[in-house]
Design a protein around this ligand. Structure first.
Ligand code: CMP
Length: 141
């Protein structure tokens, strides 16, 4: 197993539902450690830049609008195979297809309001972490 870092976002619906603690408990119970965290309201530019890869998609406007609609919890998770592990714990993008017990199955209302984001590959993780965190904000233990 490789120790990896991944970007995790608890989206506005997760923050509003007051399930930050339950989600972090899921990570910590599965060998993922929070090494950085901040609760922020994203600007339009930050959200558009973060999701730039989806710019041509029909849902881009809706996605950005949702991501700036309330505070989000930005986190960096570290642990063995953190990228895949986080995605496994999140469940499928569309909560209707998410496995029993996953975060999206437990808390998400729709594919748009799907509670959490997680990086999908090592290169993306690196870029996404750097989009929101400076190196001196990461506290490896
Ligand atoms: P996320 O993992 O944050 O990455 C891109 C997001 O786009 C995804 O989660 C979904 O929330 C959102 N998304 C993907 N497909 C759709 C869709 N068909 N309609 C609305 N939002 C979508």
């Amino acid at each position: 197993m490789t120790t990896e870092r991944t970007l995790s976002i608890i989206k506005p619906d997760g923050v509003k539902k007051n399930v930050i603690g339950k989600i972090i408990d899921t990570f910590e119970s599965n060998h993922l450690t929070v090494i950085a965290a901040k609760l922020v309201q994203l600007t339009q530019n930050e959200a558009e830049g973060f999701y730039a890869v989806h710019k041509a998609r029909p849902f881009f406007g809706e996605l950005v609008q949702f991501m700036v609609s309330g505070p989000v919890l930005l986190m960096v998770l570290e642990g063995p195979d953190a990228i895949a592990k986080n995605r496994e714990l999140m469940g499928a993008t569309n909560p209707a297809n998410a496995a029993e017990g996953t975060i999206r199955k437990r808390f998400s209302a729709s594919i748009g309001e799907n509670t959490v984001h997680g990086s999908d590959a090592p290169e993306t993780a690196k870029t996404e972490i750097a989009w929101f965190f400076a190196e001196n904000e990461l506290f490896t233990r």
